[in-house]
Design a protein around this ligand. Structure first.
Ligand code: AMP
Length: 403
């Protein structure tokens, strides 16, 4: 089945056209600077890349993408009827949705209520859905929630130790994110280890520009490092991750920040970027550290320590762990980070094979633990878009059956 997968941001819209049977990406690209000056649309297909003039709003962006996909010179499909459904990434499913859902007017109303939890992403996701509904009114649309996979967390793991009445009334709790990635890896690991999903205990480290680690017990998420928002947990590209909440008050006093300025600072000015002063991109920070930049080295040390510490806590939570899995841009590519994270954990049954960790073909599944290791260590490429397409296909199949 050909599925269009959409990830709409406030001024960008990523798209991928996938064939679920072959798992092939037929075409993909990004509409950037939507509504801003010099908007563009990139389009990759069959090893070629083209750039087109972009759009002034999301609706126009979707229309232009569809025109590109069916163009008779460089398009990849003959007619729009080949697209059987659209899957939308939806950042917040809150406490309501533990599975992907067919998009209806009722669902859209409910999703709008989550705006206050993700003010940047939630309205943008909805804009993408509305735009697609308008341009492709007869094509089923599905919402895939970043938070859904973590709805299995027990209350003791997702609750914050604030006044119970307040956490209940305002839904202040951990939701977790990167659900499509953590779920994809869980399903992949069942195949790789030849086990049933329900028999799997994993620690999945999704490390990229945004990062989170999930403890998977009996195939479901029992804890994850991101919280009410994606700011909690690990140190990230530009996000601080865990800090003492009192730091907010200090920063507001010392830098004369409003609360919004302070939150923007913690989301956009901190992490690898803030500590190193070099970049949010780990490759740049590694290069600077190699040249003797001490702040860059500190940023890398802090990042690895932050990951190690959370993996350690989940080893304690799970007790028996089949595998620690590294994924995401950093997890899949940075042997340096992986080595720094899992070194000196042999007493805990975690032993890296340093050679294997360095020398393997990128983009492939690789076992990188030594034979002595009680806990296996894997690198597994994630594929959030494929997970979204598979979910979308399942819902569309059910919909067809029910008709
Ligand atoms: P993602 O958000 O999953 O696309 O991951 C982006 C992060 O992966 C950035 O910090 C990149 O610097 C990092 N990354 C990508 N390739 C490498 C590499 N070869 N070595 C180190 N970090 C990498």
């Amino acid at each position: 089945m050909k599925i269009l997968v959409i990830n709409a941001g406030s001024s960008s819209l990523k798209y991928q056209l996938l064939e679920t049977k072959t798992k092939n990406v037929i075409a993909k690209g990004v509409c950037e600077k939507i509504g801003l000056q010099n908007p563009t649309i990139s389009y990759k297909h069959n090893g070629q890349e083209q750039t087109f003039k972009g759009a002034k709003n999301h609706e126009e962006a979707i229309s232009k993408v569809l025109d590109i996909l069916v163009n008779k010179d460089y398009g990849v499909i003959k007619s729009l009827s080949e697209i059987e459904a659209v899957g939308h990434r939806q950042v917040m499913g809150g406490w309501v949705y533990s599975e992907s859902q067919l998009i209806t007017d009722e669902l859209l109303k409910q999703i709008k209520k989550f705006d206050e939890f993700a003010p940047l992403h939630n309205p943008a996701n909805v804009t993408g859905m509305l735009a697609c509904k308008k341009v492709m009114p007869n094509v089923p649309q599905v919402a895939i929630f970043d938070t859904a996979f973590h709805q299995t967390m027990p209350e003791k793991a997702y609750s914050y130790a604030i006044k119970y009445e307040d956490s209940q009334k305002f839904h202040i709790r951990k939701f977790g994110f990167h659900g499509s990635s953590h779920r994809f890896i869980t399903l992949e690991m069942a195949k790789i280890l030849g086990k049933k999903v329900k028999d799997l205990n994993l620690i999945i480290a999704h490390l990229g520009n945004g990062s989170s680690i999930t403890a998977v017990k009996n195939g479901v998420s029992v804890d994850t490092t991101m919280g009410l928002t994606p700011l909690q947990g690990l140190m990230m590209g530009t996000r601080s991750g865990d800090i003492d909440p009192a730091v907010v008050q200090f920063l507001m006093n010392k830098k004369k920040f409003s609360i919004d300025e302070c939150m923007s600072y913690l989301n956009k000015q901190c992490g690898l970027y803030g500590v190193s002063g070099v970049s949010s991109d780990q490759r740049d920070v590694i290069a600077a550290a190699k040249e003797g930049n001490k702040r860059a080295q500190l940023a890398l040390d802090m990042l690895a320590y932050s990951i190690k510490k959370h993996i350690g806590s989940y080893l304690a939570v799970l007790n028996k762990v089949d595998a620690i899995v590294f994924t995401g841009g950093i997890g899949e590519n940075s042997d340096l980070t992986r080595e720094a994270v899992v070194s000196d954990m042999d007493e805990l049954g975690v032993v890296l094979d340093k050679k294997k960790n360095k020398n393997f073909k990128r983009g492939e599944v690789e076992l990188i633990s030594s034979d002595k290791s009680k806990v296996k260590i894997y690198v597994v490429p994630t594929n959030e878009e494929l997970m979204m397409a598979i979910d979308t296909e399942e819902i569309v199949k059910k919909l067809k059956k029910s008709k």
